[in-house]
Design a binder for this molecule. Structure first.
Ligand SMILES: Nc1nc2c(c(=O)[nH]1)N[C@H]1C(S)=C(S)[C@@H](COP(=O)(O)OP(=O)(O)OC[C@H]3O[C@@H](n4cnc5c(N)ncnc54)[C@H](O)[C@@H]3O)O[C@H]1N2
Ligand code: MOO
Length: 403
């Protein structure tokens, strides 16, 4: 059995070689997509020297000893300033964002100046309130690096440089299956004897929508080997990724692992983590594509934890993010609980983190930690990592993964 970090490293390095195709997307559809190439700045930013205030631009010179300037005109945002030039002792009405005329070396906000008969009175400092050409970005600089997840600010930055489209990786297509004869759809709400509602598929579909994947609902697989193999193969023909939950442990009604071995390659099965021990991954090669398969354990909390700690990073790498950036983000927090654990598996407890009035992060473990107890996942805002064979005392510093 692999420990968590080795498993994550192996999974991500396998997937790094399976990058999706590259396409061009208009900016309004770029949110959440992964940039496929480096993008360079096409312009200096600011594009030209301009005013940071509504007020007056002026030419402050050594030869000009008093605080009075002669007003010569007006430049608004959007105007061309090339027709204007300020000589020593001259000023011009100007507005925020308007280009500075030649000769301007200070801007005075209007509330710090008085105007009388075309004369401006103020006490300017050389260079004040001027936004210099290129002080943020210079033409040719790296604007956005390949692998960056495009967020609203990155999209605004691309627009500010005149990009209307960006090269991004194609969205991943993912089929989601649940497995088990006991499962019933929630809309069919009279529960049959021995049946339970399918929680995992709905949980997984929601995560995948949040990640911007193209999702195919594969519905429920019966505990039947032939049917499982056929539907996995069909899904591999049609989608880049297959996620299953349940049926991956050791019982004779658990057909997922054996089915993958029969029609594809099982690369890894079983990890030293709790919950999530029977997690498996591999691939199915069909005539159309190589589909990545990840099999999540059926206990709903095991599905939750393995999704956040393994599947989400894997999907990020398959979407074009670097293996480094795809790692789950972690923080350090002081435990507000104690426990003694004699267990070989690294555990990911469901917890609530909070910052105290001194800025120190604390984490409390929720009750209901069983791997069938989904209730704690719905209120948790962090997973708490407990290494193997560990005693935790209140105040100890632990690694947590914000949710
Ligand atoms: N003899 C052993 N038994 C089990 C072992 C083991 O090592 N030896 N491992 C246990 C661990 S740990 C886990 S985790 C589970 C995982 O088993 P499976 O992946 O085969 O999942 P199932 O047996 O199908 O289901 C487990 C549990 O979860 C419920 N379930 C399944 N799918 C869903 C769903 N879509 N929505 C809601 N609940 C679901 C299912 O009814 C079971 O109660 O195996 C242990 N057993
Ligand atoms: O590893 Mo299983 O997920 O504990 O119950």
């Amino acid at each position: 059995m692999l420990d968590y970090q080795t498993a994550l490293t192996q999974l991500l390095s396998t997937l790094e070689l399976r990058r999706p195709s590259i396409q061009s997307t208009p900016l309004h559809q770029a949110q959440g997509r992964v940039l496929a190439h480096d993008i360079k700045a096409q312009y200096d930013s600011p594009v030209f020297d301009n005013s940071a205030m509504d007020g007056y631009a002026l030419h402050l010179g050594h030869s000009h000893s008093n605080n009075t300037f002669e007003l010569t005109g007006r430049i608004a945002a959007g105007d061309d300033a090339s027709a204007h030039e300020l000589l020593c002792g001259q000023a011009i009405r100007i507005f925020t964002g308007a280009p500075l005329p030649a000769g301007a070396n200070a801007v005075v906000p209007q509330e710090s100046a008085q105007v009388e008969h075309n004369q401006l009175k103020c006490e300017p400092q050389l260079g004040q309130h001027i936004r210099r050409r290129g002080e943020d970005i210079q033409a040719g600089d790296l604007l956005l690096a390949a692998g960056q997840i495009l967020n609203p600010a990155a999209i605004g930055l691309a627009a500010s440089q005149g990009y209307a489209e960006l090269p991004v990786y194609a969205p991943l297509s993912v089929t989601v299956f649940s497995s088990g004869n006991e499962l019933q759809e929630p809309h069919n709400n009279a529960l049959a004897a021995g049946a339970i509602f399918d929680a995992n598929r709905y949980q997984l579909l929601a995560w995948l929508h949040q990640l911007g994947c193209h999702v195919v609902d594969g519905e429920i697989l019966p505990d039947q080997r032939d049917e499982t193999e056929k539907r996995l193969h069909d899904a591999a023909n049609n989608t880049d990724v297959i996620l299953t939950s349940g049926g991956v442990s050791v019982g004779e009604e658990d057909h997922l692992k054996a089915s993958l071995e029969a029609i594809g390659v099982l690369q890894q099965w079983k990890l030293l983590i709790k919950p999530g021990k029977p997690f498996a991954w591999g691939s199915i090669q069909t005539s159309t594509r190589m589909s990545t398969v990840m099999m999540l354990p059926g206990n709903p909390v095991a599905t939750f934890v393995t999704f956040k700690m393994l599947v989400e990073p894997a999907l990020r790498v398959l979407s074009g993010t670097s293996t480094h950036k795809a790692q789950p983000a972690h923080l350090k927090a002081q435990a507000s609980f104690s426990l003694h654990k004699t267990e070989m598996r690294r555990e990911f407890l469901r917890g609530v983190m909070r910052c105290d009035e001194h800025g120190v992060l604390h984490v409390e473990k929720l009750s209901n930690q069983g791997s069938h107890m989904l209730s704690a996942c719905a209120v948790a805002n962090a997973l708490i990592e407990i290494p193997p064979n560990t005693t935790v005392n209140a105040g100890d510093v632990l690694t947590i993964y914000p949710l």
